[in-house]
Design a protein around this ligand. Structure first.
Ligand code: GAR
Length: 321
């Protein structure tokens, strides 16, 4: 099995969602492991459970510290153990924008409502007061705005006629315990999902000027210029032409640059069949460690090699300075 994603869980209290994440991670095929449970409260009951399960814990009370100071201490603790993701599980402190931006796209939270409804507290009573038919829970990516990031997964929980906030909370919690491990599993595995990878390439290719997508021999490709005279600057390959894995083909300036890249990083690059002869290079996208900034740069360089002069003229002038 490939290496598991390393996850730190932040809690402030009971820690039942943390426990759900920990127990799901005991399955042999779980793609993540919990390597740290951290809290701002030394009395958080969840800490004892984490210790009993043999998981490293970290506590630092926030009292007397500025928010940014406390968050920096947390950031160091989480980074020191080598965490790649953070799962907030009933962590009841607002995190500073600085901390959130350091963990952008790598920090998840669970919230007991069907977001965007009922951010903040008292979610169950608010759902009851509004005569909603359903309450529920959401797992979302954390952004600076409270309970606001992109929703990754939700479970709706039917409200029963004699529900109180407490009975509803009990049932929503059952749903939370199912949802969080499943959503985290899916999220950390996304780089192994060819459809997710294709979306990433597509977003970056179509962000370039005057581009469109057109399949070529059954695989998605991207062209620059008009529909009629446009030229291809990238192809997506999912075991296409018998290649292994998932990759994107881009143009290099020629065979010299192609062989320099192959020498520099043979795990990342390979010469694609057929296209390789004319200086195209394949960038592997299924290593689980894709640098998407580098992919965007490579697409742009390739785009520039075939784009009509009127689009690249300004860039050429800038380069001459
Ligand atoms: C959970 O219901 C979680 O959704 C909620 O706190 C509870 C923590 O319980 N989180 C929030 O309200 C975040 N805005 P737990 O400590 O047993 O996991």
């Amino acid at each position: 099995m490939t290496e598991r994603a390393k996850v730190a869980v932040l809690i402030s209290g009971r820690g039942s969602n943390m426990a759900a994440l920990v127990y799901a991670a005991k399955a042999v095929d779980c793609p993540y492991e919990i390597i740290l449970v951290a809290s701002n409260d030394p009395e958080a009951p969840g800490l004892k459970l984490a210790e009993a399960e043999g998981i490293e814990t970290f506590v630092h009370p926030h009292k007397g510290l500025k928010r940014s100071e406390h968050d920096q201490i947390l950031h160091e603790a989480v980074t020191n153990v080598g965490a790649e993701y953070i799962a907030l599980a009933g962590y009841m402190r607002i995190l500073s924008d600085d901390f959130v931006s350091k963990w952008q796209d790598r920090m998840l939270n669970i919230h007991p409502s069907l977001l965007p409804k009922y951010k903040g507290l008292d979610t169950y009573q608010r759902a009851l007061d509004a005569d909603d038919t359903h309450a529920g829970c959401s797992v979302h990516l954390v952004t600076p705005e409270l309970d606001d990031g992109p929703v990754l997964a939700q479970t709706a929980v039917t409200i029963m006629p004699d529900d109180t906030a407490d009975t509803l909370a009990d049932r929503v919690l059952i749903a939370e315990h199912q949802l969080y491990p499943a959503a985290l599993t899916k999220y950390v595995s996304r780089e192994a999902d060819p459809n997710w990878i294709l979306d990433q390439v597509r977003d970056r290719a179509l962000a370039l000027e005057e581009t469109h997508e057109r399949p070529s021999f059954g695989t998605p490709g991207w062209r620059v210029g008009s529909e009629k005279t446009g030229k291809y600057f990238a192809y997506f390959s999912r075991r296409h032409f018998g290649e292994t894995g998932t990759s994107v083909f881009v143009k290099t300036s020629g065979l010299d640059e192609q062989s320099a890249l192959l020498d520099a990083d043979p795990d990342l690059y390979f010469a694609p069949k057929f296209y390789g002869k004319s200086g195209w290079i394949a960038i592997r996208l299924d290593t689980g460690r894709t640098d998407w900034g580098h992919v965007a740069d490579s697409l742009k360089k390739s785009w520039r090699m075939v784009a009509p002069k009127r689009l690249t003229k300004m860039m050429d002038i800038a380069d001459d300075f």
